[in-house]
Design a protein around this ligand. Sequence first.
Ligand code: NDP
Length: 448
Amino acid sequence: MSIDQQISDYYSKLLKRNAGEPEFHQALAEVLDSLKIVLNKDPHYADYGLVERLCEPERQLIFRVPWVDDGGQIQVNRGFRVQFNSALGPYKGGLRFHPSVNLGIIKFLGFEQIFKNSLTGLPIGGGKGGSDFDPKGKSDAEVMRFCQSFMTELHNHIGEYRDVPAGDIGVGGREIGFLFGQYRRLENKHESGVLTGKGLSWGGSLVRTEATGYGLVYLTSEMMKTHGESFDGAKVIVSGSGNVAIYAAEKVQQLGGTVVAMSDSSGYITTPNGVDLELLKEIKEVRRERISTYAGEAGAGVEYHEGGNVWEVSADVALPCATQNELDGEDAKLLVKNQVRYVAEGANMPCTPEAAHYFVENGIAFAPGKAANAGGVATSALEMQQNASRDSWSFEYTDQRLHEIMSNIFRNIDKTSKEYGLEGDYVAGANIAGFKKVADAMLAQGVI
Ligand code: NDP
């Protein structure tokens, strides 16, 4: 049977085995598509059930998270941790608190994380977790009680050498603080390497807050350089207005670009003269309010479009930084019609397969999330290095390490795309380069 047929048959089996998990299917389809190319060239990667083992998480945990709300009512949420692959190092990946969270979403994120972590060149495996808890509209005390209950189960399964969670959507510094506090209490030890994204005075790293957004812009900048361009003078759409979006916008503007639009799940703003980052951070990070508030306070030139589509705005660069499948085939057509030239994914899988194909087919330089947003996890691994050596590095040094890592990732995926005769297809480049490193480690470690 041909390799292509073997992979197609295997994909059909995976669909049945993981029924009702469309996001996981989407992530599997994209990676398996690229693997056909690798396996045709290097068939030994099909030996020892390697692909089958890679697509099956090493361990999946689902647990009850009961907590008491401010009104004295009992609430019950569901907690997840998927420990997908530890061939390269301890499981590493964020926790997402959002009502849309289910096992399929955590599996898609955990699967992507394996290849992303591999691309960073650092010794970290892939995992992901979270809960269908919605921190929006909850008091600090409710978030704390939820986090304490969540960690009461999770602490049995994590540790510096086992599994090191971090933040993601709905999990920022406040949540990591509550989670760490409960871990410390239950384990009776200050094990700083167990979580990343910590506060600076108790084991956190400078640049971690900025890392995913900054890293995205460093990688995009490297990609633009290969086409003789830079952010200087470029018009850029940054979707979302959370952690990744804010710091992507900041770095774009530091490099001379103008952020012309940002969004949240209720609408988008147009900012033809750029974004006032101090005001945006105050509204989003301190007051935890909506992007519409920014439009109300920023003054002349800024407009809010309730329920509108941010991809209607014309720009040179698009950086989707909100959530999965936020940019579909129609949006891609709109962007290309409006002459976008570069698209890089700050969020995980924000472009649907149709959108990603449309970009590649139309010669748009398109960087997939597993490469472009790896700066967050890379800096988390730098936080782990600082914790292990009881050290803390300066902002400049950490930022420089991040910058080098992101430039190397781009060079690696670019080189790999060329080696496989697919120059400029960074999706294939990222999947293949990320896969080979994990696959080599798995083959060396035997059938486990
Ligand atoms: P945040 O929770 O800080 O921000 C998410 C932002 O996206 C919010 O502004 C939210 O708006 C907006 N949003 C959510 N759904 C939609 C939608 N359908 N349309 C438009 N906007 C929407 O999360 P992060 O910034 O941390 O994460 C964003 C993405 O980046 C996720 O895919 C995450 O997995 C990925 N990522 C994050 C990393 C990190 O270090 N934080 C690392 C690597 C990847 P609203 O307030 O209305 O919900």
